[in-house]
Design a protein around this ligand. Sequence first.
Ligand code: GLV
Ligand code: MN
Ligand code: MN
Length: 419
Amino acid sequence: MTLLVDGARLLDRIDQLGSISSGTGGGITRLAWSPEDLRARSLVGTWAAAAGASLRVDPAGNLIAERPGSRAGAAPVVTGSHLDTVIGAGPLDGAYGVVAGIEVLACLAEQGLVLDHPLRVMAFSNEEGVVAPPFTGSRAISGGFVESELSTPGPDGRTLASRLLDAGIDPTAVSRARWSGSVAATIELHIEQGPVLDRAGVGIGAVTGITGQRRGSVRVTGQANHAGTTPMAARRDALVAAARVVLSVHDLATAGPADVATVGRLDTKPGVPNVVPGDVVLSVDIRALAEASGDSAIERLRTQLAEIARETETTIELDVSPPTRAVLTDPDLRSMVIESAERRGLGCIELPSGAGHDASHLASLGPMAMIFVPSIAGISHNAAETTPPEDLVAGAQVLLDVIRRADNTRADRTSKQAR
Ligand code: GLV
Ligand code: MN
Ligand code: MN
């Protein structure tokens, strides 16, 4: 039976989510566990319930909408993405994959089609990592959540534990979100967030692998002092040292082993014009498709920080969050993406993902694939992020097709139910 997604409903729901924002500045801001994030989650919950799915919020705050399968004990097929955003985001990063997953649930329900496997549609907690280390929800599910994260202050000084408590989540229970069994298949649909598909004029991307990602923070401690009276030679200026750190991070990619490396946040204290800065905290985001390159970039950074600290008479500490390892997608699932796109008359190319995704973490539980649709001019993490509506609808259609094929193909291979 050919099953078609309802494109108008899909696009309308993306628009509805786009109106849920803290409204500060341009674009959409729905920081993880903020009131806006929780509102988006409950709106998605109403759509899932209307599609007859069961709903639960797990101990990590992940929303899980599930449609039962017909085969007793079958492991779930998992899809979905995230609802949290960066600051000043566009409407598609994350929200698209969640809405498309719900659209698949709705299509199956409307046609009364029951898959062999349960279909689990996720809205993962804190994919972006703006307020705490990223991928909290998918790491908790796959066993990668580290308890010490709870007491680490975020950029606003608040700990993850207090943030979770405010969102009605018991911080001591996050690890209980872990799934005990395997997953039949994880298939995440996402915008590309880069220029490859748009430049190639192709509607679908079959992702070959997802980049490894190491994030952390660097604290530079010097000495705050009077800007008028402290001689230049006597200064221990934390911001001057931090400026060198920014360039060192940049060079990890331009002249070192990382694929890309970014300092996206710099917090200077006391942050007034007439005081030599005494304390600076910088964020670090280092990515590489080759795992060894990510590890050696961190080693190289440590060496360079020690050198900068010595030369600037400052103290420099590097704190690295749990890494997201580079993973390859499953070749069988990837072929299903390519064939489904071709069958629908859509162009398809294979490409790696430089962005991180929750699917990386689910890959430790079973075969994983990702479907990309184009991002116009490759713009994302920006209010101007857009994808042609017909490509959004086509991507959701390919997701539905691949889920049905994976359900058929995996039926005899998997039996253990993931909780
Ligand atoms: C997630 O959006 C990332 O930073 O790759
Ligand atoms: Mn995303
Ligand atoms: Mn993102």
